[in-house]
Write a protein that binds this ligand. Structure first.
Ligand code: GCO
Ligand code: MG
Length: 403
């Protein structure tokens, strides 16, 4: 029995906001979990503080599955990003504790390494095609073997994924959401040209990815997928709003471009139809938004049965604790596809000190016991929470579109 004696929620804003859970056992072992939900951080912090932390005190830290079931079934009100991010944070922290007690990196507890390293994809962006090509070149020079390419779209104000030149991409900003404008026709004309320009310049010797960010109808997505076929995409991500699972059947009828979905999902039930009916190729659920290591493994195991590979979300709004947890899972599962890797800002690195490494396009979680991330609480206290929201997207006529 390894009793949990303390559960503390840390809210910090080193460049962007993160919510971190710290669990401590009677033996003084500390486990860290990520509970960040971009733009809704304090809802998760309150859920943990008010409804979860008090229930954890006195529980056996070794009973990870039991704690997961206790928090999931015990709440009665199931699923949803706030609940599942909270459960994820507890679960990730418990795996961290188990690894530290065992003196083993978490991936060893998950069955050991199934590969030497985890293929990572980076983000290349540009305000126009020449600047995108420069950025792709810079990432290929750094050794990346998989590159996501996003460029500004003519007529679209603040296109998704494109930061002002030289700045780190962070879509959340402002105490009220920023608004952007969207033009489907312009995007559908422009995106195949942009991705074609990337292939024309750099060839086919690396994986090319693109994120549509939930903005098309199924038939539009089918057309885009078909237009992208000559460019041999690794994947087309989130072509339509992800919650409409049967929409993906229509896309499938029109294109062989592989489809990736799942960053906004928070449970296996969100993925069930997509996986079992083979409507997608990559499942992108993240460890911190989909119930932690325990639940992510279950989703990935279901996916394996149907030939669906993994492609975990790894944007900057997932803290280094999440990225580390994802990497331990990635290293151990048989059906890894790729891991998203945006990196974190220098300010974030003042608070979180991960031991994962990136070499020749592959990430590795490292061999420190547990997850291998240290969190500097004094540094965290220096960066106050700063309310920021994800943008709202409007069509030309002013009506709200998916962002
Ligand atoms: C991605 C994602 C992110 C999200 C972000 C929202 O594929 O990396 O789409 O960029 O927009 O996580 O907070
Ligand atoms: Mg995405």
């Amino acid at each position: 029995m390894s009793k949990i004696v303390d559960a503390k929620v840390i809210v910090t804003g080193p460049g962007r906001n993160y919510v971190t859970l710290k669990l401590t056992t009677a033996d003084g072992v500390v486990g860290w979990g990520d509970a960040t939900l971009n733009g809704r951080e304090l809802a998760v912090a309150a859920y943990l503080r008010d409804h979860v932390c008090p229930l954890l005190l006195g529980r056996d830290a070794n009973r990870i599955e039991d704690t997961w079931q206790y928090l999931y079934k015990g709440a009665y009100w199931r699923r949803g990003p706030v609940t599942m991010t909270s459960i994820a944070a507890v679960d990730i922290a418990l795996w961290d504790i188990l690894g530290k007690v065992a003196g083993l990196p978490v991936y060893q507890l998950l069955g050991g390494a199934a590969r030497d390293g985890v293929l990572a994809y980076c983000h290349a962006t540009g305000e126009d095609v020449p600047s995108l090509l420069d950025d792709v070149a810079a990432h290929l020079e750094r050794g990346f073997l998989a590159v996501r390419a996003q460029a500004a779209v003519p007529g679209v104000d603040k296109a998704y994924g494109v930061p002002p030149r030289g700045e780190f991409y962070e879509p959340a900003s402002g105490a009220v959401p920023e608004e952007s404008r969207w033009d489907t026709e312009s995007y559908l004309r422009h995106a195949p040209e942009v991705l074609g320009a990337v292939r024309e310049r750099f060839g086919f010797g690396f994986h090319l990815l693109h994120d549509v960010h939930h903005r098309l109808t199924p038939i539009e997505a089918g057309r885009l997928g078909r237009d992208l076929e000559p460019h041999r995409m690794f994947w087309m991500e989130d072509p339509v709003p992800a919650e409409d699972q049967s929409a993906f059947r229509l896309i499938r009828e029109h294109t062989t471009t592989p489809i990736a979905v799942g960053e906004v999902f928070n449970s296996i039930w969100d993925c069930q139809q997509l996986i079992t009916e083979r409507l997608i190729d990559y499942i992108r659920t993240s460890v911190s938004h989909a119930g932690g290591i325990t639940h992510l493994r279950r989703i990935f195991a279901l996916a394996e049965l149907y030939g669906v590979r993994t492609g975990s979300h790894g944007a900057g709004d997932l803290s280094p604790v999440s990225l580390a947890a994802a990497l331990h899972v990635d290293l151990a599962v048989p059906n890894l596809g790729v891991q998203e890797y945006m990196g974190h800002t220098p300010q974030t690195a003042e608070v979180f000190r991960p031991s994962y490494t990136l070499e020749n396009g592959y990430l590795h979680p490292g061999d420190a016991p547990g997850l291998g991330v240290e969190v500097d609480e004094e540094a965290a206290a220096k960066f106050p929470y700063d309310p920021r929201y994800l943008p709202v997207n409007r069509r030309r006529d002013g009506s709200i579109h998916d962002w």
